[in-house]
Design a protein around this ligand. Sequence first.
Ligand code: RAM
Length: 917
Amino acid sequence: MKKIILHTFLLIASLCFSLAQAQNKISVTNLQCEMLNNPEGIDVLQPRLSWQIKADVNDVKQTAYQILVASTLENLNSNKADLWDSGKVTSNESVNVIYNGKKLKDRDNAFWKVIVFTNKGEIKSATTAHFSIGILTYADWKSTRWIGYEKLSKDDSISQYSKLSARYLRKEIDVKKQVKNAKVYIMGMGLYELYINGNKIGDQVLAPVPTDYTKNVKYNVFDVTSQLKEGKNMLGTILGNGRFFAMRQDYKPYKIKSFGLPKMALQLFVEYTDGTKDVIRTDDTWKLTTNGPILSNNEYDGEEYDARKEMEGWNTINFDDSSWVNARYVQEPGGFYEAQMTPNMKIKGEVKPISIKATAKGTYILDMGQNMVGWLQLKVKGKSGDQVTMKFAESLQADGSLYIANLRDAKTTDVYTLKGEGEEIWEPRFIFHGFRFVEISGFPTKPTVDNFVGKVVYDDMKTTGTFESSNATMNQIFKNAQWGISGNYKGMPIDCPQRNERQPWLGDRTTGAYGESFLFDNQTLYAKWLDDIKYSQTQDGGLPDVAPAFWRYYGDNVTWPGTYITVGDMLYQQFGDAEVIIKQYPTMKKWMLYMEENYLENDLMDKDKYGDWCVPPESLELIRSKDPARMTDGQLLSSAFYYQLLNIMKKFAVISNANADIAHYDDLATRIKKAFNAKFLNTDKNYYANNTVTANVLPLAFGMVPENLKDKVFQSMVHEVEVTKQGHISTGVIGTQFLMRTLTNFGRGDLAYKLASNKTYPSWGFMVENGATTIWELWNGNTADPSMNSQNHVMLLGDLMIWYYENMAGIKSNPETPGFKQIIMKPDFNAGLTFVNASYESIHGLIKSNWKKDKKGLEWKISIPANTSALVYLPTADSKQITVNKTKLEKASITFKAEGDQQVLSLQSGDYSISLK
Ligand code: RAM
């Protein structure tokens, strides 16, 4: 009976849907599970489901949804929701709806769709989506053995410049019957490539994402149903080093973590059409060789490849492996096994070189025209044994040769030895470089730019933001930021891609991650990073400055580890991700208490390590300033930060249902604020400490300044920026994170604009003027000592990108309704720009803000995604001046109110053309 009712309901409903779809052009798309498209092998049993509503008509609101989840596509297509039929749920939530159906288990498959009920009709999702559960039970892994080869070959070395040849593994398997469904679960440490019958599985590169392998090991899952055939099949893998067999083995072993030699574990799970099943697991019948063409692969030093050693057909059944050995059983890496819940890296683009020039030495200098991260593909013809060497660097010296001093001891060199069989095309597999220039030597003929293609490599995430304005410098800074941010995503956010460092430093991303989230869909990457940080916590609660702690820096300061909390806040604000907060809250709380118990003295936190890192120094070759007038007191930094973190923790306590903690955070915050003002606020002169911009901007941004002195302290800061520094930056990594928004929020958007558009030292524009195509590590990056001077570092962006979007474009998520459920559109039209065209693909859909201003007035076109709304601010006290979609505001059916000398319009979803005359 129930079934009949459901079917009749679905029939009537589907008639209504087509009607609604035809009339209103509303569609439901972008179905995601755990913010991933059709993920294989997820790590949770109650995943979150999200969808987007797209509409060509205005004012579309979801009133209810019905989610149908089935164990097969056939079931779903015939509306047999055997896993979960949510029923019609009255709700406007279209993101992060928690699965609440039949209990799922290891390897279960699920197919789903959603019916959305709106004020404009009912719509079913245009497509169906899929997810599968990983292997969550350790017992299901138990009989899968780790295999590898824990010996060095004759050319390998464990040294400062470790060399290790790649491991090649193969295993012939017998597929007995017709395959209905096959999935492979692979842990290949440090990096793997997987082949079936000679074909590479997936288009990921440098997989899996790096972790501290003693804490957690990520497995990747692939549906390989179509790759297997009945009869004999060949599985093949290549194992590279990645972060597992670390690059600098005998160099500071107490500091640099290494995990051993590469190893792997794999399960191939096969279900036949007759319902029977088979599992193929790694064991010592797998064959292995270290004598393949990849002689060395070392992230800092490069890859060496000898094409003469290629083993034609090694990953197919027709190959003689009699010279190979049996793989050995080796120890597990130690960490928990977890399905990787963030996409791997991919080749995300290609760059054609812009020039190639011969040098007096007989080598060639190739210019990519862009400081990029990835590698170079080489096309070459020559004799067997010819050797092409490619050395990578970010810039050139005055004499036209590579500038390599800032790479420190990274050799950044790829070597390709030709087999001499016609045109040979090669690119490395297990390394990457940060480079714009390449020195080519040993090329057998005269190379041209057509012999090379740059491959741009970063995590496979969507570009979500565009930005263009009337200021060319600001536009170029935006492009540089895009290149820099994406290039430094390597399964974790790293500080730089070129020198012998490349570490996931926490402090570089405190608010940077938030700005980045407008440009790239970095949600799953940062959620993974918070797990890395969680796993790096010491027993008593301490957190490191680098996580995963490949470099072991446990210095117990506040500003760097505090990023754990601010990035959580970003995920909540930008993506509405409350689950991540609930998951991380206990670890966050433990760290906050640990710091309080160990380092709070007289209600102040005296634990700082890096100061306001990298302020513009007193002389141009310095890396770090020694001038007390430029530096900000460490106790001030750590106390202000800790105060700010307490406020965020208050919010998290509510989200995590830990309300009992709030009183403590509150009490502590009140005490710190009091002690802070007593110690640092100079009430005669109305500034903090030594009156650096950073000393004033933190208490202003964090709401620590007594109400009656707010304006005065702000004026002290303005005087420093505007008069003393003549409209230039004087802040480092800490102060710059709050600078632009604070200037604007307190009414001096024009001064923020001056900083953003400046071309003279120190400024972002100065980098652009000096040929930068990414963001430098140092304001004086063109003159400073090379020992710490990367040309592709994103930490100095501070809050600049947030300011571009929230304050210039006017695209901000209302903190009350995280994830852009309600958008605050409040551009500062008077800062100095005359137009902005910006867009942001939020989790609810595409937001656009295009405004232009001239003597006649303001024209503003905006798009608000379906099922969201916006508060739109117009700079006039007189509502009669406003027209919306050619109708006078007062005659349009739009709610609005005056707020000071602005009008605030409450707009529902859709496209609007607003003019102010
Ligand atoms: C350097 C890097 C990094 C920074 C640390 C403190 O190693 O520049 O970005 O966070 O110092």
